[in-house]
Design a protein around this ligand. Sequence first.
Ligand SMILES: [Zn+2]
Length: 253
Amino acid sequence: MIKILAIGDFNGKFPKRLGERLKKEKFDIILSHGDFANIKQISEAFMKYGDDYKKILGRRKLDEIRVQGIKNSKLPLKKLNAFGRLVYITIGNNEVVKNKEFKELIKSFENLNLVNFKKVDLRGISIVGYPYYTLDKENDQSFLKRLDRIIRKVNPKQTIFLSHNPPYNCQLDRIPDENRQKPGEHIGSKVSEIILKKYKLPLMVCGHLEEYQGKCKIGKTLIVNPGAAYEGKAAVIEFDEEKGKVRKVRFIR
Ligand SMILES: [Zn+2]
């Protein structure tokens, strides 16, 4: 049995209360689906103006916010590193721009590892990471091919899929009715949906839609969104690597 701490959507924060709470938890590894940087001004402008947000904020301001975002992502990264467990990370949309700087920052912490389009094998499981992409970018079939090439080399039964975005068309990728521009629309990853159905992976960890903390299923796959860390949320998942099965999910709130 392997115990996993699933945690992400930090937006530059790591509440003290969450830190204290997690000190009492036992876990073997940490999986994080990204959004370490706080680029709230950009997200808010996007929600208000849609794609016009770039024009409204202007290039210089956008760059300024993103440079600041890399700086403020350091706090949650430092906190994760300090648990003394191996941490596997895929980037969120907040780190897509300034990606190089973010990668450099990760390298400066001994326990942190980026798994964008990578797999790692440890303790009888494999972790496969898929970084954030918007649906329009995902139309490029090359992403699917890249993931296929990786997953072909692992035992799918013992593989955990880690990605910022939830898979397309489930309970965790639906924009809530009371929220934003396109209520009810599914905004998850179609590539992830295909991968889960094709390989019947037992577990996927994701986030991005910060309104949710919960789990759902696509075929054989249990999908877990541990909730937003900046709101003090996370999840501890017990995974039976021999059976390739999730035994328990406990949400921290
Ligand atoms: Zn996100």
